[in-house]
Design a protein around this ligand. Structure first.
Ligand code: B3K
Ligand code: ZN
Length: 884
């Protein structure tokens, strides 16, 4: 397999200005005719070969300016069609290909899902449709004609506007779509099938009426109202927040059950995994409703950040993804609770991106190389990329950030650009010195910032000393210092913020403008490996609140004591840092109990921790969703990350112990919480009701850990009386943590009730696969043969097999049975769908974190995988890098 490097980027020798596609969709094959206007970059100059990508398609014919190209004038191999010396002036290239969407199980290019045709072209799927320069810096305007059987495929969709349609002989019909906007081929889309639509309209701020349509099979139409609500909210939000309006008269969303990722932002024809569109109170839970809101927003926001301004090459992926994730996070924050959303996003980052960054697949936000681009749609590119965008906002403020965005669009609308261009727009619009900020794009690894503090009562000055270190990562043994914004507040002994008006940095006095709304929070700029900031006129030793709102994606190691953290937990005006203080305490507590566990000492829960949780639980001034996040323990993977040798068994034992101990000691409070937060009203998805349900159900999970008759009855009753999926599923989760007959019965009951609801069934699968009950490998293997399972459907694979990999004790079973199971599954999946297989094999990549015996078992699986003949590049890249 060939590795591709960012440093090798070359401008294309040929541009495509216009592309006319004609699809003849058939039952066993599809014919695609393409007609391209090709413009040599060096018009009239010397001739260069024109290399077109093409995979798994049959070439039928090739013409230049209407003349058949002779065999000696082109070369065809398994991946390319090369024209040796095409004309040096603009010419027309016509190519016909034959493809077999029915046999396409990779779900890239053109494929069938539940009888309907659909496409997925990002990153490199267009080459499975026709021979093309499949790279994002080739931007053209497109037309798309589709011809198909009218009764089987009554609905025929593509990008842009419908300009012609009509009936043909033999029961066929056709449509012609025209997209006036220039786009790279990865944004092309086609859908054909039996679909119905929910229709609505949106009037833009300039008075344009946009038709909105959400397409699904008829039986699911009633489940699209939340998606439509989300779309309209997103359209309005982008106008209000960034002054960005929609630019066509029609916006389509299509929901399909077979989809590798979440969704795709094709110009005016977004295609979605149906789990991110369809929702009803009976079949979807609060988490689903929130994801739908966020992802509908995300794909819609791509229309500007991604489509109007796109990426020059795939190394720049975070230019559109980091920015668009940031935008969807902000949108969801404005639609719900800002603090709660921030906490959820930071937890996710720590749980997934930090471990990616500390493992063999660690790469910068802008990777330097790849074998298969599909492997780089990662939490680093998406989530750390979003943190990088957030840091611009933290440094520049809301208005400064908006100025930078405005300049970015002004300069680059209609272009394919790089991360530097985004950086330059932010810098130039604000006329600031961003020093070495760009290293966030080029250096991998999670920086660790150490903070030490001292107070001088004679001079009333308070000093914070920072030192930073970025750990070595593959290919990057030595790192430069990063530019790290640190948002700091100083609390006095009553818990109030001390106004910060100035501080010394490098012996230079820096004054904070008095008009700044953030006078209680100063943003310090760390740019060196070590530096000191001194605050003056501080009347008493303050307690520092560091990295407020998580101002940089780093690990923090400070000299604060447990008492300081309890103080911050109770008093910090930055709600995010109140939660954070609780998490720091919980992480320390868990690590010290793990040591006790290893030393076979009895486990005793620190009473301060119990009273901290109790006071949160009983504080009626706090937001209920905030409380439920504050009383939840850090995840097993987060704690394992902090251990020298990750030990799933001890983490599990300690987590279970703390949960049960809290439930015992705070049983009355948890019971009150359940009682006070029930509701008889109809399901409503808004922050207030979601918060109430989340808190009640978090309490329920604690109570279930007691596993006594009384609690079992209570939870059974919650399960049976639930009127929505959130309450029902959470009760099921609570019951299912304990193995036994109750668990088996209720899982069976749930399946019987919902067996015909695909999206509920994937929840049922993940609930079982993720479980920590003893010996779960065998259960999961059995479920492979259950009629509910299908190896070709990515959602089911992610639920059953992906869910299993995320379980802590069973995936890491000491006898290696979990690793062996995954090894087998990866090889089976790779034959069907390399992208899905490659996501699963990632779970084995962190084998070096475990004890020697587990290391050997996991390594053996990886070795078996890499030595398999005919392995995909996708899986090869992950498995071989994991072994390196
Ligand atoms: N841009 C798509 C990603 C598709 C990747 C396919 N390998 C989804 C998104 O981030 O919006
Ligand atoms: Zn995206």
């Amino acid at each position: 397999p060939k590795e591709i490097f960012l440093k090798d980027y070359k401008m294309p020798d040929y541009y495509f200005s216009k592309v006319d596609l004609n699809f003849i969709l058939g039952e066993d094959k599809t014919i695609v005719h393409s007609k391209i206007i090709v413009c040599p970059r060096d018009e009239g100059g010397t001739s260069h070969p024109l290399i077109l990508n093409g995979i798994d398609i049959k070439l039928l014919s090739i013409k230049i300016d209407e003349n058949q190209v002779k065999e000696e004038d082109y070369k065809l191999d398994l991946r390319h069609l090369t024209l040796q010396s095409p004309p040096t002036n603009t010419f027309t290239l016509e190519i016909s290909t034959e493809l077999y969407p029915q046999k396409n199980t990779s779900l890239m290019g053109l494929y069938k899902s539940s009888g309907n045709f659909c496409t997925q072209c990002e990153a490199e799927g267009f080459r499975k449709i026709t021979f093309f320069q499949d790279r994002p810096d080739i931007m053209a305007s497109y037309t798309c004609r589709i011809e198909a059987d009218k009764s089987l495929y009554p609905v025929l969709l593509s990008n842009g506007n419908l300009i012609e349609q009509g009936d043909l002989e033999d029961g066929k019909h056709y449509v012609l779509w025209e997209d006036p906007h220039q786009k790279p081929c990865y944004l092309f889309a086609l859908v054909a099938g039996q679909l119905e639509s929910r229709d609505d309209t949106f009037t833009t701020s300039t008075g344009k009426n946009v038709s909105l349509r959400i397409w699904t099979p008829a039986r699911d139409i009633s489940k699209t109202s939340h998606a439509m609500y989300s779309l309209k909210a997103a359209m309005k939000w982008d106008e209000e927040t960034f002054g960005l309006s929609y630019d066509l008269d029609l916006f389509n969303i299509v929901a399909v059950p077979d989809f590798n990722m979440g969704a795709m932002e094709n110009k005016s024809l977004n295609i979605f995994n149906s789990r991110l569109v369809l929702a009803s109170p009976e079949t979807a839970n609060d988490g689903d409703y929130a994801s739908i809101l966020g992802v509908i927003g995300h794909e819609y926001f791509h229309n500007w950040t991604g489509n109007r301004v796109t990426c020059r090459d795939w190394f720049q992926l975070s230019l559109k993804e980091g920015l668009t994730v940031f935008r969807d996070q902000e949108f969801s924050s404005d639609m719900g609770s800002r603090t709660v959303k921030r906490i959820a996003d930071v937890s996710y980052l720590r749980n997934t991106q930090f471990s990616e960054d500390a493992g063999p697949m660690s790469h910068p936000v802008r990777p330097h190389s790849y074998i298969k681009m599909d492997n780089f749609y990662t939490v680093t590119v998406y989530r750390k990329g979003a943190e990088v965008v957030r840091m611009y906002k933290t440094l520049l403020g809301k208005d400064g950030f908006r100025k930078g965005m405005d300049l970015y669009f002004k300069r680059h609308d209609g272009q394919a650009v790089t991360c530097e261009e985004f950086f330059a727009a932010m810098r130039d619009a604000n006329d600031v010195d961003f020093s070495n900020f760009l290293s966030w794009y080029s250096q991998a690894g999670t920086p660790c910032v150490k903070v030490t503090s001292s107070y001088n009562s004679k001079t009333c000055s308070y000093s914070l000393k920072f030192s930073q270190e970025v750990p070595p990562t593959p290919g990057q043994p030595i790192k430069e210092a990063m530019f790290i914004p640190v948002a700091v507040g100083l609390l006095d002994s009553s818990g109030k913020d001390i106004p910060i008006t100035s501080f010394y940095h490098d012996k230079v006095l820096q004054t904070i403008a008095s008009s700044s709304q953030l006078s209680s929070t100063a943003v310090l700029h760390l740019t060196k490996k070590e530096e000191e900031f001194i605050f003056c006129n501080i009347p008493e030793r303050p307690i520092p609140s560091l990295f407020r709102n998580y101002s940089a994606p780093v690990r923090v190691d400070s000299d604060l004591t447990d008492d300081d953290y309890y103080f911050l937990l109770a008093n910090d005006s930055d709600e995010f840092n109140r939660w954070e203080a609780g998490q720091v305490l919980a992480r320390k507590l868990m690590l010290s109990l793990i040591t006790d566990f290893h030393q076979k000492k009895p486990l005793i829960l620190n009473p301060n921790f119990v009273s901290g949780i109790k006071s949160m639980l009983c504080d009626s001034r706090l937001d209920k969703e905030f409380i439920s996040m504050a009383i939840r323990l850090p995840s097993s993977s987060e704690v394992m990350d902090l251990m020298k040798v990750a030990d799933p068994d001890s983490v599990y034992a300690v987590r279970t112990f703390i949960r049960k101990e809290l439930a015992l000691q705070l049983k009355e409070q948890f019971l009150m919480t359940v009682k006070n937060n029930r509701s008889t009203e109809a399901y409503k998805f808004d922050h207030h009701n979601k918060a109430r349900r989340t808190l009640k159900n978090t309490a329920l999970v604690y109570l279930a850990s007691l596993n006594d008759l009384e609690m079992r009855d209570l939870i059974m009753q919650e399960y049976h009386s639930a009127t929505n999926m959130t309450d029902q599923f959470d009760a099921l989760v609570a019951i299912a943590q304990n193995s036994g007959k109750d668990r088996d019965d209720i899982l069976e009951d749930f399946y019987k009730k919902w067996q015909h609801e695909y999206l509920v069934i994937i929840k049922w699968l993940s609930l079982q696969s993720f479980s920590d009950i003893p010996g779960n490998v065998a259960n999961v293997r059995n479920l492979l043969n259950h009629s509910a399972f299908d190896l070709r459907n990515p959602n089911k694979v992610y639920s059953l097999i992906g869910g299993f990999c995320a379980s802590s004790v069973n995936f890491h079973a000491k006898d290696g049975s979990g690793y062996e199971f995954i090894g087998e599954m990866v090889l089976q999946l790779d034959k069907l769908n390399p992208q899905v297989a490659s996501r699963i094999v990632k779970s084995l990549s962190r084998w070096k974190r475990y004890d020697e015996s587990r290391q050997a078992l996991a390594k053996a699986q990886l070795q078996k995988i890499v030595s398999t003949n005919g392995l995909s590049e996708n899986v090869y890249e992950i498995a071989s890098k994991s072994l390196a």
